[in-house]
Write a protein that binds this ligand. Structure first.
Ligand code: 8YV
Length: 326
């Protein structure tokens, strides 16, 4: 009999899992499919801690229903699936994994900028179809050098994307609710949202999903962009109005989109968006490297164990509101 009981939705790396098992009886939902509600409720009945996943709705009902639940941790930086206020109301600290995934996610976002500009995916298709550049019908890409990159959401990931863009000789502008000190030494200038839409050759979206950012990119926004603009989303799908993006791509209001996140997610193979030649989609893999997922796993377990032991979580979203021992 261990000190605590923990429920884990999703797989943990072996070493963090072992660490968790030293003090907890652990039940793990390893399937890729969402855990059935009945199973989740049954498992949570006597659980002290929960490691959740983006596809679990950690809403007020769930947070309030289980009296033993003392701490919730999630292996992601985004937590739009979690009602943090409800956690706070119940005195439950909620931990996430910022910082450790910054560089991997910035690589992916900037990788999408490069792929979109240089049509790497088309090049591969050509070779697979037995063609080479000697056919002279290779579609030409566009330079990054001298172009303007607009970052919507200048947080830690935005700052790391800006550094990569700086190295490629791009001009960088950004928009946040207010100017961010994170942009100070990466040569990024603060501009109004509309100015960013009008002036950017590449737009990278990195905002969290909130009631304010939901649907931020709709018909009106796409109409304001350059017809040569490349639109990259590495944040959350619902920040973009999918039908409006589809129309913008079909009507050539913008040139190209590269998406790591979609709405709906996962997107079906036969979804109209996936049939367009001016879009590429990757399956939400911003943090999907061995090193980063391992660090995320470790931090998630450290968050959960700290909470169970009544200590301050190393990465706590509601630390200021929930009283914790240091
Ligand atoms: C997660 C992400 O890996 O951290 C985030 O917010 O989007 C990804 O890095 C994914 O949500 C799985 O939890």
């Amino acid at each position: 009999m261990k000190d605590f009981k923990a429920v884990v939705i999703g797989e943990l790396f072996p070493s963090p899992l072992e660490k968790l098992e030293e003090s907890c009886d652990v039940r793990v939902w390893k399937e890729r499919t969402p855990i059935p509600t009945d199973t989740l409720h049954e498992w949570l009945e006597d659980a002290d801690g929960l490691i959740s996943r983006g596809d679990v709705s950690v809403d007020e009902e769930l947070v309030s229903a289980f009296p033993h639940l003392q701490v919730i941790a999630q292996s992601s930086v985004g937590y739009d699936n979690v009602d943090v206020q409800a956690c706070t109301k119940k005195g439950i600290p909620f931990g996430n994994t910022p910082d450790v995934l910054v560089e991997a996610t910035a690589d992916l976002a900037f990788g999408l900028v490069l792929t979109s500009a240089r049509k790497l995916h088309d090049g591969w298709d050509y070779v697979r179809n037995g063609q080479w550049n000697t056919s002279f019908d290779i579609p030409l890409g566009t330079d990054l050098y001298g172009k303007t990159l607009g970052i919507v959401g200048m947080g830690n990931i935005g700052r790391s994307v800006a550094k990569r863009a700086q190295a490629s000789g791009m001009n960088i502008i950004y928009h946040n609710r207010k100017p961010s000190p994170k942009a100070d030494d990466v040569g990024a200038d603060y501009v109004a949202f509309d100015e960013l839409l009008q002036d950017s050759d590449f737009i990278v979206v990195l905002v969290p999903l909130t009631s304010e950012s939901k649907g931020l990119f709709g018909a009106e926004a796409f109409k304001k962009m350059k017809s040569t603009a490349h639109f990259i989303n590495a944040s959350r799908g619902p920040v973009v109005h999918t039908d409006d993006l589809y129309d913008a791509l079909v009507n050539e209001d913008i040139a190209h989109a590269a998406l790591d996140v979609t709405d709906p997610e996962p997107i079906r193979k036969d979804h109209p968006l996936t049939n367009l030649s001016n879009v590429i989609i990757t399956p939400h893999i911003g943090s999907a490297t061995y090193e980063t997922r391992n660090s995320m796993s470790q931090l998630t377990v450290d968050n959960l164990l700290a909470g169970l032991q009544g200590k301050r979580l190393p990465a706590c979203v509601n630390a200021a509101e929930v009283k914790q021992l240091s």
